[in-house]
Design a protein. Structure first.
Length: 414
């Protein structure tokens, strides 16, 4: 190996081949030869590459650490408000679950990105209006508009978080695509934290049970609830200060699950033909269809957002295109089922909300599908697909605001 390195010291391609063929032997031989290679720049580059040691993990600035600790405690206290103030838990959590974490994360990115005071005041005002509106809606468990507002308000808060993530500037593209990437990385980090928390909970409760102390109810009511509220905040901190922890995991997961989802979706659609069920007359089946549609669309979005345009091969792009095409079929079935139900039984808040969402997703999928096809035929690159994804996120935010705030007024709080 020493002789081959010396022979090819001016041949970068051959050195790379020698290194890839036997990395440990190459490193040992090269380090022993390095002192006699003089001031050869190529040799210096190889030495630094082979002997580079990663710096210690960076755990953010002191201000960020203080913010995260304080925010985690605040989220835990907000999650405990029903117990502290004797508020009905169902009333509190159904209406305010999004306000436990999203305003804190919005404040974190507003502070981190140094958003202007005026923009920050507008964001705070929107959050305040939202929390007042949702909590002053009439209490009626059978109210469809109340349920729709409770579902769509967290989506609106998520969109505001994306705005703060992008620095509080009204522009799409890289900011929104980066926000999608952050969501994928956060999902991975939260899963790891939840697994670790679950193991810790099991060990702690088990150890106390061994000495005769039953702490399960207390532990779940206080420690677990506060921990769950803090997980998104801690996960966000880790993704921002330790990006290398998960930024290579998310693309792998997306690439693995995309073909699995494609096969599963094709099999599922084929099976529905023989199941005797259809979304035109079965409301629960239609709901399942729409949940499946949203889940697969999210997978497509995260797969593109996590992708390196230069590193995506044609097979992966083909899988995404086929997934988008099959999802279009699912969307078409769901949309036609909603139109059929409206024509048969009239308009309701739920049907109007689902109709609007399906129309938006249909247009979005068509747009994304055309960009994927252009990438597949090498007319454009994958970065344009990412921009097509980001383009519609503000539109979804607007629709969420319409459903959350205007539907109760349009439909008389029914």
């Amino acid at each position: 190996m020493r002789e081959e390195i010396l022979l090819n010291i001016e041949n970068p391609r051959q050195l790379e081949k020698l290194y890839r063929d036997n990395k440990p032997t190459f490193k040992t031989a090269f380090n022993s030869l390095y002192p006699q290679l003089g001031e050869n720049l190529l040799a210096e580059g190889w030495y630094q590459r082979l002997n580079y040691s990663h710096e210690d993990l960076f755990w953010g600035t002191p201000g960020e650490r203080i913010f995260v600790v304080g925010a985690s405690i605040l989220a835990g206290l907000l999650a405990q408000l029903p117990k502290m103030l004797s508020i009905d838990q169902e009333f509190f959590y159904t209406r305010n679950i999004g306000f436990i974490v999203f305003p804190i994360l919005i404040a974190f990115f507003a502070w981190k990105n140094r958003i202007s005071g005026k923009t920050g005041a507008i964001l705070a005002g929107l959050a305040l209006i939202s929390i007042c509106f949702i909590n002053y809606l009439p209490q009626d468990p059978k109210s469809d508009t109340l349920n729709l507002s409770c579902i769509h308000l967290p989506l609106l808060l998520w969109s505001i978080l994306g705005f703060a993530f992008g620095g509080g500037k009204l522009k799409s593209g890289g900011n929104w695509l980066g926000f999608l990437r952050y969501n994928g990385e956060l999902a991975v980090m939260m899963a790891l934290l939840l697994i670790a928390g679950g193991l810790t909970t099991a060990i702690t409760v088990g150890l106390f049970n061994m000495i005769g102390w039953d702490i399960q109810k207390f532990y779940f009511d206080y420690v677990v609830v506060c921990g769950l509220a803090a997980v998104p905040i801690i996960g966000t901190f880790l993704t921002q200060t330790q990006p290398t922890l998960v930024n290579k995991v998310s693309p792998v997961i997306a690439n693995l699950f995309s073909p699995v989802a494609l096969v599963m979706l094709i099999i599922y659609l084929s099976a529905t033909l023989f199941s005797g069920k259809d979304p035109y007359h079965d409301r629960e089946f239609l709901v399942l269809f729409n949940v499946l549609l949203v889940a697969v669309m999210a997978l497509i979005f995260f797969s593109v957002a996590e992708s390196n345009p230069a590193g995506k091969n044609r097979v992966q792009i083909l899988v995404l295109f086929l997934l988008a095409a099959v999802t279009l079929l699912v969307n078409g079935i769901a949309l036609s089922a909603v139109v059929f139900r409206i024509s048969e039984w009239g308009i309701t808040p739920n049907r109007a909300a689902v109709l609007g969402a399906n129309v938006l997703m249909l247009i979005h999928l068509l747009y994304v599908g055309t960009k994927l096809w252009s990438t597949l035929t090498r007319k454009t690159d994958l970065s344009l697909v990412g921009k097509s994804l980001a383009l519609f996120l503000p539109v979804y935010a607007l629709w969420s605001a319409i459903v959350a705030f205007l539907f109760p007024l349009f439909f008389g709080f029914k």
